[in-house]
Design a protein around this ligand. Structure first.
Ligand code: AMP
Length: 171
């Protein structure tokens, strides 16, 4: 996955000192790399029964929508609190500093759904673990979680030990 890595830009100290921000916008702009990333994200799940892709605001929308398109299934957005217009199921979770929340439309998923969760990057795993919990609150099953980038040293994967986790570029 060195080809993908060459199109991920490191921005030191963004959005705050000490964070090495992995900027995927050069990769997304590159047609061949974008296709490669989407194909690699879905590759381990091609034989699986899947009914929807779920992606988190905001960069999860980019890869999630394309993945859903490629798989021929629908896309469900998880959004920050207050953004979704209809009735929602909510979850809040702890960040390193403070807390965050995610919401999903109540009727977006149900017990007949088997979903693939997609985001651009897994760091501590807090966002992905909360997303899985939210999906399961609606009764849906998680077939797996896939990320373009994994920050291995933060051990986010340990928070997803129940699930099949797949990522493309490791730091
Ligand atoms: P976490 O909940 O710690 O796994 O953080 C994952 C979420 O935060 C993802 O939606 C990422 O887009 C974003 N994120 C966290 N750390 C970084 C980073 N170093 N570079 C880019 N995005 C990040």
């Amino acid at each position: 996955m060195q080809r993908l890595e060459a199109h991920i830009r490191n921005i030191p100290d963004f959005p705050q000192p000490g964070i090495q921000f992995k900027d995927i916008t050069p990769l997304v702009k590159h047609p061949a790399m974008l296709r490669l990333a989407v194909h690699q994200l879905i590759h381990p799940f091609l034989g699986e029964h899947l009914t929807a892709v779920v992606g988190m605001e905001a960069r999860g929308f980019i890869f999630g929508s394309l993945t859903a398109w490629e798989l021929g299934i629908g896309f469900v957005p998880l959004r920050k609190p207050g953004k979704l217009p209809y009735d929602v199921q909510s979850i809040s979770y702890d960040l390193e500093y403070g807390s965050a929340g995610l919401e999903v439309h109540l009727d977006a998923l149900n017990k007949n759904d088997r979903v693939l969760l997609i985001d651009d990057l897994i760091a501590t795993g807090g966002t992905a673990a909360a997303s899985c919990e939210l999906i399961e609150k609606l009764g849906a099953e998680i077939a797996g979680c896939a990320f373009v980038v994994e920050l291995d040293f933060l051990k986010g994967r340990e928070k997803l030990s129940k699930y099949n986790v797949h990522s493309l570029v490791h730091y």
